[in-house]
Design a protein around this ligand. Structure first.
Ligand SMILES: Cc1cc2nc3c(=O)[nH]c(=O)nc-3n(C[C@H](O)[C@H](O)[C@H](O)COP(=O)(O)OP(=O)(O)OC[C@H]3O[C@@H](n4cnc5c(N)ncnc54)[C@H](O)[C@@H]3O)c2cc1C
Length: 437
């Protein structure tokens, strides 16, 4: 019964050469070997009783007589066998399978050859980075060094972002699948271009910042970006940057762009003044204060700031004295971030001015100080007669931005600048553009 079934099936299949099982195909052409090659007709071994039962012999040849299908003569079958041309018929099922395979192949090919795929940072997809190191800056903040995986990828869009101005990346917390924005610190000379450094403050119960402070070296972190937050105008002459806490990161980005990509052949070039406010001194230990030209260690007294706040001319002698009084006997080492700010100041001379403010010591960016800064800034026109283009940037926690420039607002699902508020509205600095980060 089994043998009969196989015989019918095999003969039916023989109408469609593409479906002929190999063993049957071998039999068909067994007698056609070139005489010049073998000279003898190959013979099949005689079928054993077991072969007879299965319908095939030990070599896989059919043991059943070759029958023509119903309605077709043996002659027709033989003539089809004898024909050297084989017709290939592709049924709709095979066509569908072939189309799917071709489509998937095309997708894989386009994915592999897509230039966006090999970017270190992709604005649409999260790409993997490995945590190389985490350096503590204060009890609540750290600098994370992340290296793109694999090495040697395309850094073109990151280089472009550095030329543009302030930009951020999003970091994904893998368990909750939530992302938060962070501002990469400028690259350190001699480091790999695929490296991203983030200055992150750990928020109490903050999901992503706590994740970044807890993970071990070697952990894979997924980043997406770059996202440009502010494009520094080509013709800017003066930037006053009000930074609160981690808002110093975009200020360092501004310095990087300004002095590497906005240099002017004429005039004295762009200048940057940063007023950096922190809650505690530990965030800016040993910052070299511009007003006093003294290091501001832990325990720096508000008296100095008050004097500095009032100072508009030559440094008063009391200022120096007050600073000497306040110098702590054992000074903790300089914070890593202060080190970067100070080296920036050293590299660009008088073009960068940074002042440190500490809430706990009663030193604030006051209205009078802000007015002093604004009025003290060079108001004269450029050599070519154009007025100096001046920008105030405000960056930091929501409360900080609100206090100086009023809240940002939402429109059509996007965060927008909103109207000017806070202290800057009160001061109303004419001829200054103001941007909230
Ligand atoms: C463009 C941009 C750039 C930025 N750059 C930096 C940067 O360089 N460095 C940096 O440190 N930050 C930066 N930030 C801020 C950062 O994106 C995060 O907002 C910050 O790290 C907090 O995120 P989180 O997930 O840890 O906290 P979240 O989980 O979002 O919580 C935020 C705060 O809300 C509180 N909170 C959460 N849940 C509750 C609750 N149920 N009840 C009461 N309170 C609650 C938390 O305690 C925390 O203080 C930037 C933000 C933007 C928009």
């Amino acid at each position: 019964m089994q043998g009969l079934h196989c015989t019918r099936r095999c003969i039916q299949l023989s109408e469609d050469p593409i479906l002929i099982p190999k063993r049957l195909h071998a039999r068909r052409f067994a007698g056609r070997s070139s005489p010049s090659f073998s000279g003898a007709k190959p013979s099949s071994p005689p079928p054993s009783p077991k072969d007879k039962a299965s319908g095939f012999n030990a070599t896989g040849h059919s043991t059943q007589p070759h029958k023509a299908p119903r309605g077709q003569s043996a002659k027709a079958v033989n003539s089809a066998e004898a024909s050297p041309r084989r017709r290939v018929r592709i049924g709709p099922g095979k066509l569908i399978v072939f189309s799917i395979v071709a489509f998937l192949g095309y997708k894989v090919y386009t994915w592999q050859t897509n230039p966006a795929r090999s970017l270190v940072l992709n604005p649409r997809f999260f790409t993997p980075f490995i945590l190389k190191s985490r350096e503590k800056v204060s009890s609540t903040s750290a600098i994370l060094n992340l290296l793109s995986l694999p090495k040697g990828q395309n850094t073109a869009n990151v280089s472009e972002a550095w030329k543009t101005g302030v930009w951020s990346v999003q970091v994904m917390q893998p368990e909750l699948q939530i992302a938060r924005s962070y501002t990469p610190l400028p690259p350190i000379e001699g480091t790999e271009p695929e490296q991203v450094r983030l200055f992150v403050r750990q928020e109490p119960q903050g999901e992503v910042s706590t994740f970044l402070h807890k993970i071990n070296r070697g952990t894979i972190v997924h980043l997406r970006g770059p996202r440009v937050e502010y494009e520094i105008p080509d013709d800017v002459d003066e930037i006053l940057f009000l930074a609160g806490g981690t808002g110093i990161a975009p200020a360092l980005q501004v310095a990087h762009t300004l002095f590497n990509y906005r240099t002017k052949p004429t005039d004295h070039g762009p200048e940057l003044r940063v007023l950096w406010a922190n809650r505690r001194r530990e965030d800016s230990i040993n910052g070299l204060d511009h007003f006093s030209s003294q290091r501001a260690p832990a325990g720096f007294v508000p008296k100095v700031r008050k004097l500095a706040d009032e100072w508009q001319g030559e440094p008063p002698s009391q200022l120096k004295e007050a600073n000497e009084e306040s110098a702590a006997p054992s000074q903790p080492s300089q914070s890593r971030l202060v080190e970067e700010v100070e080296s920036l100041k050293a590299r660009y001379g008088g073009k960068v001015i940074v002042d440190y403010f500490v809430d706990d010591e009663g030193s604030y960016i006051s209205e009078s100080l802000l007015r002093t800064y604004l009025s003290g800034i060079d108001q004269t026109a450029n050599q070519d007669g154009t007025t100096r283009r001046k920008v105030i940037l405000v960056s930091g926690p929501e409360g900080f931005v609100n206090a100086f420039a009023g809240p940002k607002t939402w429109k059509d699902g996007r965060e927008i600048q909103g109207s000017l508020g806070g202290l800057l509205k009160k001061i109303d600095p004419q001829e200054w553009e103001i941007w909230k980060l």
